[in-house]
Design a protein around this ligand. Sequence first.
Ligand code: AMP
Length: 484
Amino acid sequence: MTFNELQIIDPILKAIELANYNTPTPVQTETIPLILDGKDILASAQTGTGKTAAFAIPILQKIYQNRDQQALRKIKALILTPTRELANQISENFTRYSRFLNLKNTAIYGGVHQRKQESILYKGVDVLIATPGRLLDLMNQNIIHLNQVEYLVIDEADMMFDMGFIKDVNKIIESVPKNKQTLLFSATISKEIEHLAKNILLNPIRIEIAPEVITLDVITQSLYLISKKQKTALLIELIKTENITSVIVFMRTKHSCNRVVQELVKAEIKAEAIHSNKSQAHRERALLNFKKGRLTVLVATDIAARGLDIKALDVVVNYDLPETPETYIHRIGRTGRAGLSGRALSFCSYEEKSLLRTIEKQIDQKLNIVDHPFSNEELTAKFIDKPKQKKSNQQRANKLVLNKPKNGSSPNKQKSHTASDKSTYKPKSNNAYSNTTTSNKNSKSAWQKSSKNKPTYNQKVYNKSNNNQTSYEEKITLVNIKSS
Ligand code: AMP
Protein backbone atom coordinates (compact mmCIF):
# COMPACT_ATOMS: atom_id res chain seq x y z
CA MET A 1 0.00 0.00 0.00
CA THR A 2 1.26 3.48 -0.82
CA PHE A 3 0.05 6.90 0.29
CA ASN A 4 -0.92 7.46 -3.34
CA GLU A 5 -3.35 4.55 -3.20
CA LEU A 6 -4.99 6.09 -0.13
CA GLN A 7 -6.40 8.85 -2.40
CA ILE A 8 -4.42 11.55 -0.70
CA ILE A 9 -4.25 14.84 -2.56
CA ASP A 10 -1.03 16.03 -4.19
CA PRO A 11 -0.08 18.89 -1.85
CA ILE A 12 -0.24 16.51 1.12
CA LEU A 13 1.61 13.76 -0.79
CA LYS A 14 4.36 16.27 -1.44
CA ALA A 15 4.58 17.12 2.26
CA ILE A 16 4.63 13.44 3.22
CA GLU A 17 7.47 12.85 0.80
CA LEU A 18 9.42 15.69 2.38
CA ALA A 19 8.82 14.06 5.78
CA ASN A 20 10.50 10.93 4.33
CA TYR A 21 7.54 8.66 4.93
CA ASN A 22 7.69 5.92 2.30
CA THR A 23 4.82 3.67 3.28
CA PRO A 24 1.76 4.25 5.43
CA THR A 25 1.79 2.47 8.78
CA PRO A 26 -1.04 -0.01 9.52
CA VAL A 27 -3.10 2.48 11.50
CA GLN A 28 -2.78 4.92 8.59
CA THR A 29 -3.73 2.33 5.97
CA GLU A 30 -6.83 1.46 7.92
CA THR A 31 -8.08 4.75 9.24
CA ILE A 32 -7.30 7.25 6.46
CA PRO A 33 -9.88 5.86 3.96
CA LEU A 34 -12.51 5.57 6.70
CA ILE A 35 -12.00 9.12 7.91
CA LEU A 36 -12.08 10.40 4.34
CA ASP A 37 -15.36 8.52 4.03
CA GLY A 38 -16.82 10.40 7.01
CA LYS A 39 -16.91 7.52 9.50
CA ASP A 40 -16.62 7.85 13.28
CA ILE A 41 -13.77 5.77 14.65
CA LEU A 42 -12.73 4.13 17.87
CA ALA A 43 -9.09 3.17 17.53
CA SER A 44 -6.82 1.55 20.03
CA ALA A 45 -3.39 2.56 18.88
CA GLN A 46 -0.43 3.67 20.90
CA THR A 47 1.96 6.51 20.30
CA GLY A 48 4.66 5.32 17.97
CA THR A 49 2.26 3.66 15.54
CA GLY A 50 1.91 6.78 13.39
CA LYS A 51 -1.58 7.52 14.70
CA THR A 52 -1.18 11.30 14.59
CA ALA A 53 -0.73 11.29 10.83
CA ALA A 54 -3.58 8.78 10.62
CA PHE A 55 -6.04 11.44 11.74
CA ALA A 56 -4.17 14.63 10.78
CA ILE A 57 -3.78 13.80 7.07
CA PRO A 58 -7.44 13.03 6.25
CA ILE A 59 -8.72 15.89 8.43
CA LEU A 60 -6.46 18.36 6.65
CA GLN A 61 -7.52 16.96 3.29
CA LYS A 62 -11.21 17.34 4.07
CA ILE A 63 -10.85 20.86 5.43
CA TYR A 64 -8.79 21.81 2.37
CA GLN A 65 -11.28 20.34 -0.10
CA ASN A 66 -14.27 22.02 1.54
CA ARG A 67 -12.67 25.35 2.33
CA ASP A 68 -14.27 28.64 1.45
CA GLN A 69 -11.39 30.89 0.53
CA GLN A 70 -13.38 34.09 1.07
CA ALA A 71 -14.50 33.24 4.60
CA LEU A 72 -12.60 34.02 7.76
CA ARG A 73 -10.74 31.10 9.29
CA LYS A 74 -12.86 29.26 11.84
CA ILE A 75 -11.88 26.29 14.00
CA LYS A 76 -12.97 23.34 11.86
CA ALA A 77 -11.08 20.63 13.72
CA LEU A 78 -10.52 20.28 17.43
CA ILE A 79 -7.96 17.83 18.77
CA LEU A 80 -8.08 17.20 22.52
CA THR A 81 -4.98 15.74 24.09
CA PRO A 82 -3.95 15.37 27.75
CA THR A 83 -0.49 16.92 27.92
CA ARG A 84 1.33 19.96 26.63
CA GLU A 85 4.05 17.85 25.06
CA LEU A 86 1.55 15.82 23.11
CA ALA A 87 -0.24 19.01 22.05
CA ASN A 88 3.01 20.39 20.67
CA GLN A 89 3.87 17.11 18.97
CA ILE A 90 0.47 16.96 17.28
CA SER A 91 0.74 20.59 16.22
CA GLU A 92 4.15 19.89 14.66
CA ASN A 93 2.59 17.01 12.74
CA PHE A 94 -0.26 19.18 11.41
CA THR A 95 2.21 21.86 10.39
CA ARG A 96 4.36 19.26 8.59
CA TYR A 97 1.50 17.81 6.52
CA SER A 98 -0.19 21.15 5.77
CA ARG A 99 2.83 23.06 4.53
CA PHE A 100 1.35 23.34 0.99
CA LEU A 101 -2.27 23.83 2.04
CA ASN A 102 -2.42 27.29 3.58
CA LEU A 103 -4.21 25.90 6.61
CA LYS A 104 -3.25 27.02 10.09
CA ASN A 105 -3.12 25.18 13.38
CA THR A 106 -2.09 26.07 16.90
CA ALA A 107 -1.66 24.29 20.21
CA ILE A 108 -3.00 25.72 23.46
CA TYR A 109 -2.24 24.42 26.95
CA GLY A 110 -1.89 25.63 30.51
CA GLY A 111 1.27 26.48 32.39
CA VAL A 112 2.12 29.37 30.09
CA HIS A 113 0.68 32.86 29.76
CA GLN A 114 -2.42 32.92 27.59
CA ARG A 115 -1.65 36.17 25.75
CA LYS A 116 0.42 34.64 22.96
CA GLN A 117 -2.15 31.91 22.41
CA GLU A 118 -4.90 34.53 22.35
CA SER A 119 -3.24 36.58 19.65
CA ILE A 120 -2.79 33.52 17.41
CA LEU A 121 -6.43 32.60 17.95
CA TYR A 122 -7.64 36.09 17.02
CA LYS A 123 -5.87 35.81 13.67
CA GLY A 124 -7.81 32.58 13.05
CA VAL A 125 -6.86 28.90 12.90
CA ASP A 126 -8.38 25.96 11.05
CA VAL A 127 -7.19 23.32 13.51
CA LEU A 128 -6.99 23.73 17.26
CA ILE A 129 -5.02 21.31 19.39
CA ALA A 130 -5.76 21.74 23.07
CA THR A 131 -5.44 20.35 26.54
CA PRO A 132 -8.87 20.41 28.21
CA GLY A 133 -8.21 22.84 31.10
CA ARG A 134 -6.84 25.72 29.07
CA LEU A 135 -9.43 25.22 26.36
CA LEU A 136 -12.29 25.49 28.85
CA ASP A 137 -10.64 28.55 30.34
CA LEU A 138 -10.51 30.32 26.99
CA MET A 139 -14.03 29.19 26.11
CA ASN A 140 -15.31 30.67 29.36
CA GLN A 141 -13.59 33.94 28.49
CA ASN A 142 -15.34 33.91 25.10
CA ILE A 143 -12.01 33.78 23.31
CA ILE A 144 -12.71 30.42 21.69
CA HIS A 145 -15.93 29.36 19.97
CA LEU A 146 -16.39 25.81 18.81
CA ASN A 147 -19.64 26.21 16.88
CA GLN A 148 -18.00 25.60 13.50
CA VAL A 149 -16.18 22.42 14.49
CA GLU A 150 -16.70 19.57 12.00
CA TYR A 151 -14.01 17.17 13.20
CA LEU A 152 -13.35 16.23 16.80
CA VAL A 153 -10.45 14.02 17.86
CA ILE A 154 -10.01 12.78 21.40
CA ASP A 155 -6.46 11.55 21.62
CA GLU A 156 -5.00 9.35 24.37
CA ALA A 157 -8.47 8.99 25.90
CA ASP A 158 -7.29 6.55 28.57
CA MET A 159 -4.73 9.08 29.74
CA MET A 160 -7.53 11.69 29.97
CA PHE A 161 -9.20 9.40 32.49
CA ASP A 162 -5.93 8.68 34.32
CA MET A 163 -5.24 12.37 34.70
CA GLY A 164 -8.77 13.22 35.83
CA PHE A 165 -9.65 15.33 32.75
CA ILE A 166 -12.70 13.45 31.62
CA LYS A 167 -15.27 15.84 33.18
CA ASP A 168 -13.66 18.73 31.29
CA VAL A 169 -13.62 16.66 28.11
CA ASN A 170 -17.33 15.97 28.45
CA LYS A 171 -18.08 19.68 28.97
CA ILE A 172 -16.11 20.52 25.83
CA ILE A 173 -17.91 17.87 23.79
CA GLU A 174 -21.22 19.48 24.79
CA SER A 175 -20.07 22.76 23.21
CA VAL A 176 -19.22 21.18 19.87
CA PRO A 177 -21.97 20.86 17.21
CA LYS A 178 -23.77 17.51 17.24
CA ASN A 179 -23.30 17.08 13.52
CA LYS A 180 -19.60 16.35 13.38
CA GLN A 181 -17.21 13.47 12.74
CA THR A 182 -15.64 12.12 15.92
CA LEU A 183 -12.48 10.05 16.25
CA LEU A 184 -11.50 8.49 19.55
CA PHE A 185 -7.96 7.22 20.03
CA SER A 186 -6.81 5.38 23.11
CA ALA A 187 -3.84 3.18 23.90
CA THR A 188 -6.11 0.82 25.79
CA ILE A 189 -9.86 0.34 25.62
CA SER A 190 -11.22 0.08 29.15
CA LYS A 191 -14.88 -0.06 30.22
CA GLU A 192 -14.79 3.72 30.75
CA ILE A 193 -13.57 4.29 27.23
CA GLU A 194 -16.25 2.01 25.84
CA HIS A 195 -18.83 4.00 27.77
CA LEU A 196 -17.49 7.29 26.47
CA ALA A 197 -17.37 5.93 22.93
CA LYS A 198 -20.95 4.73 23.18
CA ASN A 199 -22.06 8.22 24.19
CA ILE A 200 -20.18 10.25 21.64
CA LEU A 201 -19.61 8.11 18.54
CA LEU A 202 -22.13 7.38 15.85
CA ASN A 203 -21.91 3.92 14.23
CA PRO A 204 -18.17 3.88 14.72
CA ILE A 205 -15.72 1.53 13.11
CA ARG A 206 -13.42 -0.02 15.62
CA ILE A 207 -9.78 -0.37 14.71
CA GLU A 208 -7.32 -2.14 16.92
CA ILE A 209 -3.65 -1.82 16.31
CA ALA A 210 -1.79 -4.16 18.63
CA PRO A 211 0.98 -2.48 20.58
CA GLU A 212 4.41 -2.67 19.12
CA VAL A 213 5.76 -6.13 19.78
CA ILE A 214 8.62 -5.79 22.17
CA THR A 215 11.17 -8.50 21.67
CA LEU A 216 12.57 -9.11 25.08
CA ASP A 217 15.17 -11.49 23.64
CA VAL A 218 17.24 -8.62 22.26
CA ILE A 219 17.19 -6.67 25.53
CA THR A 220 19.76 -7.56 28.17
CA GLN A 221 17.94 -7.18 31.44
CA SER A 222 20.14 -6.79 34.50
CA LEU A 223 19.20 -6.58 38.13
CA TYR A 224 21.15 -4.49 40.62
CA LEU A 225 20.25 -5.33 44.20
CA ILE A 226 20.88 -2.15 46.12
CA SER A 227 19.67 -0.32 49.18
CA LYS A 228 17.32 2.58 48.54
CA LYS A 229 19.78 5.20 49.72
CA GLN A 230 22.63 3.98 47.52
CA LYS A 231 20.72 4.00 44.23
CA THR A 232 21.91 7.43 43.12
CA ALA A 233 25.53 6.58 43.86
CA LEU A 234 25.15 3.41 41.79
CA LEU A 235 23.59 5.37 38.93
CA ILE A 236 26.47 7.84 38.92
CA GLU A 237 28.99 4.99 39.07
CA LEU A 238 27.42 3.16 36.12
CA ILE A 239 27.11 6.26 33.95
CA LYS A 240 30.76 7.11 34.56
CA THR A 241 32.33 3.67 34.35
CA GLU A 242 30.22 2.31 31.52
CA ASN A 243 30.47 5.46 29.44
CA ILE A 244 26.72 5.82 29.11
CA THR A 245 26.06 9.00 27.16
CA SER A 246 22.29 9.00 26.85
CA VAL A 247 19.85 7.27 29.15
CA ILE A 248 16.30 7.66 30.41
CA VAL A 249 15.99 6.99 34.12
CA PHE A 250 12.47 6.07 35.15
CA MET A 251 11.25 7.02 38.62
CA ARG A 252 8.00 6.78 40.48
CA THR A 253 7.68 10.25 41.97
CA LYS A 254 8.28 13.82 40.85
CA HIS A 255 10.03 14.65 44.09
CA SER A 256 12.62 11.90 43.70
CA CYS A 257 13.21 12.93 40.06
CA ASN A 258 14.31 16.37 41.27
CA ARG A 259 16.50 14.95 44.02
CA VAL A 260 18.30 12.57 41.69
CA VAL A 261 18.87 15.27 39.09
CA GLN A 262 20.49 17.47 41.75
CA GLU A 263 22.84 14.65 42.73
CA LEU A 264 23.73 13.90 39.11
CA VAL A 265 24.46 17.53 38.38
CA LYS A 266 26.66 17.68 41.49
CA ALA A 267 28.57 14.74 40.03
CA GLU A 268 28.97 16.77 36.80
CA ILE A 269 26.57 14.65 34.78
CA LYS A 270 24.23 16.63 32.55
CA ALA A 271 20.74 15.73 33.68
CA GLU A 272 17.25 17.20 33.68
CA ALA A 273 13.93 16.02 35.03
CA ILE A 274 10.61 15.94 33.24
CA HIS A 275 7.41 15.60 35.20
CA SER A 276 4.14 17.43 35.51
CA ASN A 277 5.39 20.02 38.04
CA LYS A 278 8.05 21.31 35.67
CA SER A 279 7.22 24.35 33.59
CA GLN A 280 6.34 23.88 29.96
CA ALA A 281 9.46 25.73 28.87
CA HIS A 282 11.65 23.53 31.04
CA ARG A 283 10.13 20.30 29.76
CA GLU A 284 10.46 21.33 26.14
CA ARG A 285 14.04 22.43 26.61
CA ALA A 286 14.97 19.25 28.46
CA LEU A 287 13.44 17.06 25.78
CA LEU A 288 15.10 18.93 22.96
CA ASN A 289 18.48 18.86 24.70
CA PHE A 290 18.12 15.14 25.28
CA LYS A 291 17.14 14.44 21.69
CA LYS A 292 20.06 16.53 20.44
CA GLY A 293 22.51 14.69 22.71
CA ARG A 294 23.29 17.75 24.85
CA LEU A 295 21.97 15.97 27.94
CA THR A 296 23.22 12.64 29.26
CA VAL A 297 20.31 11.76 31.50
CA LEU A 298 16.61 12.42 31.29
CA VAL A 299 14.96 11.54 34.59
CA ALA A 300 11.26 11.00 34.05
CA THR A 301 8.08 9.79 35.65
CA ASP A 302 6.11 7.28 33.60
CA ILE A 303 3.31 9.74 32.91
CA ALA A 304 5.69 12.44 31.66
CA ALA A 305 7.59 10.00 29.45
CA ARG A 306 4.49 8.42 28.00
CA GLY A 307 3.79 9.35 24.43
CA LEU A 308 6.99 11.27 23.96
CA ASP A 309 8.53 10.75 20.59
CA ILE A 310 11.94 9.63 21.76
CA LYS A 311 13.39 7.02 19.48
CA ALA A 312 15.14 3.82 20.49
CA LEU A 313 17.73 4.00 23.23
CA ASP A 314 20.67 1.75 24.06
CA VAL A 315 20.05 1.88 27.81
CA VAL A 316 17.14 2.53 30.15
CA VAL A 317 17.35 2.49 33.91
CA ASN A 318 14.53 1.51 36.24
CA TYR A 319 15.65 3.52 39.24
CA ASP A 320 12.45 2.49 40.97
CA LEU A 321 10.72 -0.69 39.94
CA PRO A 322 7.32 0.15 38.48
CA GLU A 323 4.06 -0.82 40.14
CA THR A 324 2.94 -3.01 37.24
CA PRO A 325 4.84 -5.45 35.03
CA GLU A 326 3.22 -3.87 31.95
CA THR A 327 4.92 -0.59 32.81
CA TYR A 328 8.20 -2.45 33.16
CA ILE A 329 7.83 -3.93 29.68
CA HIS A 330 6.80 -0.58 28.27
CA ARG A 331 9.81 1.15 29.85
CA ILE A 332 12.38 -1.38 28.69
CA GLY A 333 10.76 -1.47 25.24
CA ARG A 334 12.30 1.98 24.74
CA THR A 335 15.47 0.08 24.05
CA GLY A 336 16.15 -2.89 21.77
CA ARG A 337 14.08 -1.54 18.91
CA ALA A 338 14.37 -2.00 15.18
CA GLY A 339 16.27 -5.25 15.56
CA LEU A 340 19.04 -3.63 17.60
CA SER A 341 20.10 -4.82 21.01
CA GLY A 342 19.51 -2.83 24.15
CA ARG A 343 20.06 -2.87 27.89
CA ALA A 344 17.64 -2.40 30.74
CA LEU A 345 19.16 -1.92 34.18
CA SER A 346 16.82 -2.35 37.13
CA PHE A 347 17.68 -1.15 40.62
CA CYS A 348 15.85 -3.12 43.25
CA SER A 349 15.83 -2.56 46.99
CA TYR A 350 14.57 -5.07 49.51
CA GLU A 351 11.29 -3.15 49.79
CA GLU A 352 10.69 -3.78 46.08
CA LYS A 353 11.19 -7.53 46.19
CA SER A 354 7.53 -8.33 45.60
CA LEU A 355 7.38 -5.96 42.60
CA LEU A 356 10.42 -7.77 41.20
CA ARG A 357 8.79 -11.14 41.60
CA THR A 358 5.65 -9.95 39.80
CA ILE A 359 7.74 -8.67 36.90
CA GLU A 360 9.73 -11.89 36.70
CA LYS A 361 6.54 -13.90 36.70
CA GLN A 362 5.13 -11.82 33.84
CA ILE A 363 8.23 -12.06 31.65
CA ASP A 364 8.72 -15.66 32.70
CA GLN A 365 12.36 -15.29 33.49
CA LYS A 366 14.56 -14.39 36.42
CA LEU A 367 16.48 -11.17 35.97
CA ASN A 368 20.20 -11.61 35.99
CA ILE A 369 21.73 -10.31 39.25
CA VAL A 370 24.80 -8.20 38.52
CA ASP A 371 27.68 -7.71 40.90
CA HIS A 372 28.49 -4.01 41.44
CA PRO A 373 30.60 -1.81 43.71
CA PHE A 374 27.76 -1.46 46.24
CA SER A 375 26.82 -5.14 46.30
CA ASN A 376 25.95 -6.31 49.74
CA GLU A 377 25.99 -10.02 50.52
CA GLU A 378 23.36 -9.72 53.20
CA LEU A 379 20.94 -8.03 50.82
CA THR A 380 21.69 -10.47 48.00
CA ALA A 381 21.03 -13.38 50.33
CA LYS A 382 17.56 -12.02 51.04
CA PHE A 383 16.73 -12.31 47.35
CA ILE A 384 17.93 -15.84 46.85
CA ASP A 385 14.95 -18.14 47.16
CA LYS A 386 15.71 -20.91 49.57
CA PRO A 387 15.22 -24.33 48.00
CA LYS A 388 12.13 -25.95 49.44
CA GLN A 389 13.14 -28.39 52.14
CA LYS A 390 12.23 -32.01 51.57
CA LYS A 391 9.55 -32.95 54.01
CA SER A 392 10.26 -35.72 56.42
CA ASN A 393 8.17 -38.86 56.18
CA GLN A 394 6.48 -37.94 59.45
CA GLN A 395 5.55 -34.46 58.17
CA ARG A 396 4.18 -35.95 54.95
CA ALA A 397 2.11 -38.46 56.86
CA ASN A 398 0.68 -35.69 59.07
CA LYS A 399 -0.24 -33.69 55.98
CA LEU A 400 -2.04 -36.57 54.37
CA VAL A 401 -4.08 -37.05 57.49
CA LEU A 402 -4.91 -33.35 57.65
CA ASN A 403 -5.86 -33.27 53.98
CA LYS A 404 -7.96 -36.35 54.06
CA PRO A 405 -11.21 -35.43 52.36
CA LYS A 406 -14.43 -35.83 54.29
CA ASN A 407 -16.12 -37.85 51.57
CA GLY A 408 -13.62 -40.59 52.07
CA SER A 409 -11.86 -40.42 48.70
CA SER A 410 -8.28 -41.36 49.15
CA PRO A 411 -5.65 -38.67 49.65
CA ASN A 412 -3.65 -40.29 46.88
CA LYS A 413 -6.37 -39.42 44.43
CA GLN A 414 -6.16 -35.81 45.44
CA LYS A 415 -2.46 -35.85 44.99
CA SER A 416 -2.61 -37.24 41.50
CA HIS A 417 -5.14 -34.54 40.54
CA THR A 418 -2.69 -31.82 41.55
CA ALA A 419 0.08 -33.53 39.66
CA SER A 420 -1.92 -33.72 36.48
CA ASP A 421 -2.80 -30.00 36.82
CA LYS A 422 0.85 -29.25 36.93
CA SER A 423 1.72 -31.32 33.91
CA THR A 424 -0.64 -29.29 31.76
CA TYR A 425 1.17 -26.08 32.65
CA LYS A 426 2.95 -24.68 29.64
CA PRO A 427 5.69 -22.14 30.13
CA LYS A 428 5.08 -18.82 28.47
CA SER A 429 7.28 -17.81 25.57
CA ASN A 430 10.18 -15.50 26.30
CA ASN A 431 8.43 -12.68 24.66
CA ALA A 432 5.82 -11.81 27.18
CA TYR A 433 4.60 -8.81 25.25
CA SER A 434 4.04 -10.70 22.10
CA ASN A 435 1.98 -13.14 24.14
CA THR A 436 -0.20 -10.30 25.31
CA THR A 437 -0.58 -9.13 21.76
CA THR A 438 -1.68 -12.49 20.51
CA SER A 439 -4.20 -12.85 23.25
CA ASN A 440 -5.55 -9.40 22.49
CA LYS A 441 -5.87 -10.45 18.95
CA ASN A 442 -7.74 -13.60 19.64
CA SER A 443 -9.90 -12.63 22.55
CA LYS A 444 -13.13 -10.81 22.02
CA SER A 445 -13.22 -7.35 23.49
CA ALA A 446 -15.41 -6.71 26.49
CA TRP A 447 -17.44 -4.48 24.24
CA GLN A 448 -18.23 -7.27 21.82
CA LYS A 449 -19.04 -9.65 24.62
CA SER A 450 -21.64 -7.37 26.12
CA SER A 451 -22.97 -5.82 22.99
CA LYS A 452 -26.64 -6.72 23.51
CA ASN A 453 -28.10 -3.23 23.46
CA LYS A 454 -25.24 -1.54 21.78
CA PRO A 455 -24.85 -0.32 18.24
CA THR A 456 -22.93 -2.62 15.94
CA TYR A 457 -19.26 -2.07 15.56
CA ASN A 458 -17.07 -3.38 12.83
CA GLN A 459 -13.92 -4.50 14.46
CA LYS A 460 -10.62 -4.82 12.75
CA VAL A 461 -7.63 -6.15 14.58
CA TYR A 462 -4.17 -5.61 13.32
CA ASN A 463 -0.87 -6.63 14.67
CA LYS A 464 1.70 -4.12 13.66
CA SER A 465 4.35 -6.81 13.48
CA ASN A 466 2.34 -8.82 10.99
CA ASN A 467 2.36 -6.12 8.43
CA ASN A 468 5.07 -5.42 6.01
CA GLN A 469 6.68 -2.66 7.96
CA THR A 470 10.19 -2.76 6.66
CA SER A 471 10.51 0.78 5.48
CA TYR A 472 8.73 2.16 8.53
CA GLU A 473 10.81 0.14 10.95
CA GLU A 474 13.94 1.15 9.14
CA LYS A 475 13.08 4.78 9.62
CA ILE A 476 13.34 4.47 13.38
CA THR A 477 16.58 6.17 14.21
CA LEU A 478 18.80 5.62 17.18
CA VAL A 479 19.40 8.61 19.36
CA ASN A 480 22.95 9.46 19.99
CA ILE A 481 23.86 6.77 22.49
CA LYS A 482 26.74 4.45 22.71
CA SER A 483 27.13 2.25 25.68
CA SER A 484 30.39 0.59 26.36
P1 AMP B 1 2.94 8.95 16.36
O1 AMP B 1 2.52 7.55 16.68
O2 AMP B 1 1.90 9.71 15.62
O3 AMP B 1 3.44 9.67 17.57
O4 AMP B 1 4.18 8.84 15.35
C1 AMP B 1 5.40 8.32 15.73
C2 AMP B 1 6.51 8.72 14.77
O5 AMP B 1 6.35 8.06 13.53
C3 AMP B 1 6.57 10.21 14.47
O6 AMP B 1 7.93 10.61 14.59
C4 AMP B 1 6.12 10.32 13.04
O7 AMP B 1 6.76 11.40 12.39
C5 AMP B 1 6.54 9.00 12.45
N1 AMP B 1 5.70 8.51 11.33
C6 AMP B 1 4.35 8.61 11.22
N2 AMP B 1 3.94 8.02 10.09
C7 AMP B 1 5.02 7.53 9.45
C8 AMP B 1 5.24 6.82 8.22
N3 AMP B 1 4.24 6.48 7.44
N4 AMP B 1 6.50 6.50 7.89
C9 AMP B 1 7.52 6.85 8.70
N5 AMP B 1 7.40 7.52 9.87
C10 AMP B 1 6.17 7.85 10.26
